[in-house]
Design a protein around this ligand. Structure first.
Ligand code: HEM
Length: 406
């Protein structure tokens, strides 16, 4: 094993596996690789194992393979904590992204404050502009007969909706696209640090501006809101603004990338969506299940026995939606993509108190993008000699996807 962290004494040797969501076969950027299929193999193995090189903060993690166990961990924040400061520690600071990196009872207070902002009703009001963003982008390459989906459609689409949500002009797009790229896919650690400082400065300035000049947008709401009878501190406002920026970028872009990558290689399913757009809503749930992207990690708050093994306080528990959603105990024939699948209670948006706050917006973005794509683009396929490239990580994604149509 390379680069592995020390294996704590309480971990039985027979439960140690050479595994990582970043580098295992088909999870490193591999042309044509299928990381979800590779992960589904884990269901033939133990219920839980220890991966010293699946690291966070220089520590390996337990990896759960059964959805039922993941649900238990994610729903029990008394035993398993979300507390961390991954984003800020990368720039030598220690404030959490809110509400993602905090636990109840604080989490409950902040989450209640944010819930109305991303409610189904409020998101429905965004429908027209979300759809228009998809149309405007598709129009830019439709007549070319080809496009690279991630850079020409998926990322600009996710960023443009974030800009709209924050009440920022679309002219800010190139700046935010660059920051998104440098934060999520940096070529060097310095590139990420520089982008992090720049985004923080921009969003801090925006918060200061909105305190003086209120608008009808997310940042104004946050700076005016009260939690536990007081206004938010500058660091709390920052923790929320940064989270809203990064939470909906990679996730939505990856969703679009995996969905179009699958559909380009499965013309029959593609035809179904084109011929009967009503199917898209249900299809999205199946695609969210089959191509889930987020690995969640929790920290054990105490020594305990879980899934038949001894867990020590401080151990990290990886609950990956990519694995849980291919669990054959929950989803019959899990590697088959079936748009008519019923009782599709997938965990793409997690369980428990941290269940995705943006799921209504995310669904709206995915549905509008696939509806408009199939309305405007004729039958499409992967460009010959350019297989899609997927990558692993905390959030799985698509690095490149070249599509062509006649
Ligand atoms: C397909 C797209 C998306 C997927 C698959 C997704 C998935 C997830 C998952 C799995 C979590 C839980 C993380 C954890 O517990 O560690 C989460 C949390 C969160 N997501 Fe999403 N997400 C998506 C899009 C969005 C969008 C568009 C937004 C909004 C702007 C958003 C905002 C959030 C926030 C604020 C949290 C933290 C919630 C909390 O801690 O209470 N997400 N998301």
């Amino acid at each position: 094993m390379s680069n592995q962290t020390a294996i704590p004494d309480h971990i039985p040797q027979d439960l140690v596996r050479d595994f990582s969501f970043w580098t295992a076969p088909d999870m490193a950027p591999t042309p044509g690789g299928d990381p979800h299929l590779a992960l589904s193999e884990l269901h033939n193995g133990p219920r839980i194992f220890y991966a010293p090189n699946n690291t966070r903060d220089g520590q390996g993690t337990w990896v759960l393979t059964r959805l039922e166990d993941m649900r238990e961990v994610l729903q029990d924040s008394d035993s398993f904590s979300s507390y961390r400061s991954i984003f800020s520690s990368a720039i030598g600071e220690s404030w959490p992204l809110i509400p993602l990196e905090i636990d109840p009872p604080d989490h409950t207070a902040f989450r209640s404050m944010l819930n109305p902002l991303l409610s189904p009703k409020r998101m429905a009001a965004l429908d027209h502009s979300v759809r228009q963003r998809a149309i405007d982008l598709i129009e830019t390459f439709k007549d070319d007969g080809h496009c690279e989906v991630m850079s020409q459609f998926a990322f600009p689409y996710a960023v443009s909706i974030f800009l709209e949500f924050l009440g920022l002009p679309q002219e800010d797009m190139p700046k935010f696209l660059n920051w998104a790229n440098s934060l999520l896919h940096p070529k060097t650690p310095d590139e990420r640090t520089k982008a992090a400082h720049e985004v923080i400065e921009f969003l801090d300035d925006l918060a200061a501006f909105r305190r003086k000049t209120p608008g009808d947008d997310f940042v104004t709401y946050v700076v005016q809101a009260k939690v536990k009878g007081r206004h938010l501190t500058d660091l709390e406002v920052r923790g929320m603004n940064i989270l809203i920026f990064i939470a909906g970028l990679d996730t939505v872009a990856a969703g679009i990338g995996f969905d179009l990558s699958y559909l380009a290689r499965h013309p029959k399913d593609q035809k179904t969506l084109r011929d009967d757009p009503k199917v898209i809503r249900k299809a999205i749930e199946e695609l969210l299940r089959a191509f889930s992207t987020v690995q969640m990690i929790r920290t054990a708050r105490k020594d305990m026995e879980f899934a038949g093994v001894q867990i020590k306080k401080g151990d990290l528990m990886s609950c990956a939606s990519q694995i849980g959603n291919r669990d054959p105990n929950e989803f019959p024939d899990p590697n088959r993509i079936d748009f008519t699948r019923n009782a599709n209670r997938h965990m793409a948006f997690a369980y428990g108190v941290h269940r995705c706050l943006g799921s209504h917006l995310a669904r709206r973005e995915l549905i509008s993008s696939l509806e408009e794509w199939h309305r405007l683009i004729p039958e499409y396929r992967v460009k010959e000699g350019c297989p899609p490239v997927a990558h692993g990580g905390f959030v799985f994604g698509v690095k490149s996807l070249e599509l062509v149509w006649d």
